[in-house]
Ligand binder design. Structure first.
Ligand SMILES: Nc1nc2c(ncn2[C@@H]2O[C@H](COP(=O)(O)OP(=O)(O)OP(=O)(O)O)[C@@H](O)[C@H]2O)c(=O)[nH]1
Ligand SMILES: [Mg+2]
Length: 227
């Protein structure tokens, strides 16, 4: 007996969401590889790797990691800052090309004093989201250290990276243009996909968050179908 509720309509993905910037995108094709589509239509996806992916969210304190997850998973926003102590965890279900696909989202603490608890949860991630505040250049500079720490516990050759600028609602267009130029440079160095979002308005959050399972699924389907 299936006791799970159906997947929410906006979590049903039939194609890859569009990237934000082509210069800092992990994939530039609009659709899944034809071999993948074919395998899914013929229900030959049994050998495809993971259908649950672990995603860790790291970055400086107060950059907005928790708000980002709360906006996406619960459609809520809290303007009061409550530091994450250690880690929090959310599970989000999707359907990618008709195949159930779940994300485990691990929200980690940015405060230095909680970092050693949080880092014990880094291991085994299929994707790392490194968050910085679009209005705080230091938080962008620190993303390299966050990534280095997260990669110590993961396989750098297989983990997918997303560099996410938060609090876009607080930047003027002129400030944003300058920050985006630097952020794209950092994303290219890291080989990460770049996104800019606002958890207050929710703008682009859904596209970004749906991009993660879509890309993880296409990545794992593509490699397994190619064998
Ligand atoms: N204006 C605006 N404020 C935001 C946004 N996202 C987060 N904030 C605010 O920024 C503060 C910190 O947000 P959190 O999500 O708790 O930050 P965090 O990165 O989880 O912090 P730690 O758990 O300490 O690592 C809160 O006061 C939020 O309301 C946003 O998109 N726009
Ligand atoms: Mg937090």
């Amino acid at each position: 007996m299936n006791i799970l509720a159906p997947v929410r309509r906006d979590r049903v993905l039939a194609e890859l969401p569009q990237y934000l910037r082509k210069e800092a995108a992990l994939h530039v094709h609009k659709d899944f590889h034809p071999r993948v589509t074919c395998a899914c239509q013929e229900h030959r996806t049994g050998t495809v790797g993971f259908k649950i992916s672990k995603v860790i969210v790291v970055g400086d304190l107060s950059v907005g990691k928790t708000c980002l997850i709360n906006r996406f998973c619960k459609d809520t926003f809290d303007k009061n800052y409550k530091a994450t102590i250690g880690v929090d965890f959310e599970m989000e279900r999707f359907e990618v090309l008709g195949i159930p696909f779940s994300l485990q989202l691990w929200d980690t603490a940015g405060q230095e004093r909680f970092k050693c608890i949080a880092s014990t949860y880094y291991r085994g991630a299929q994707a790392i989201i490194i968050v910085f505040n679009l209005n705080d250049v230091a938080s962008l500079e620190h993303t390299k250290q966050w990534l280095a720490d997260a990669l110590k516990e993961n396989d750098p050759s297989s983990v997918l990276l997303f560099l996410v600028g938060s609090k876009k609602d607080l930047s003027t267009p002129a400030q944003y243009v300058l920050m985006e130029r630097d952020a794209i440079k950092v994303a290219q160095e890291m080989k990460a996909e770049y996104w800019a979002v606002s958890s207050l308005t929710g703008k682009r959050l859904s596209s970004f968050c749906c991009d993660i399972p879509a890309y993880l699924a296409s990545h794992s389907y593509n490699s397994s179908c190619a064998q």
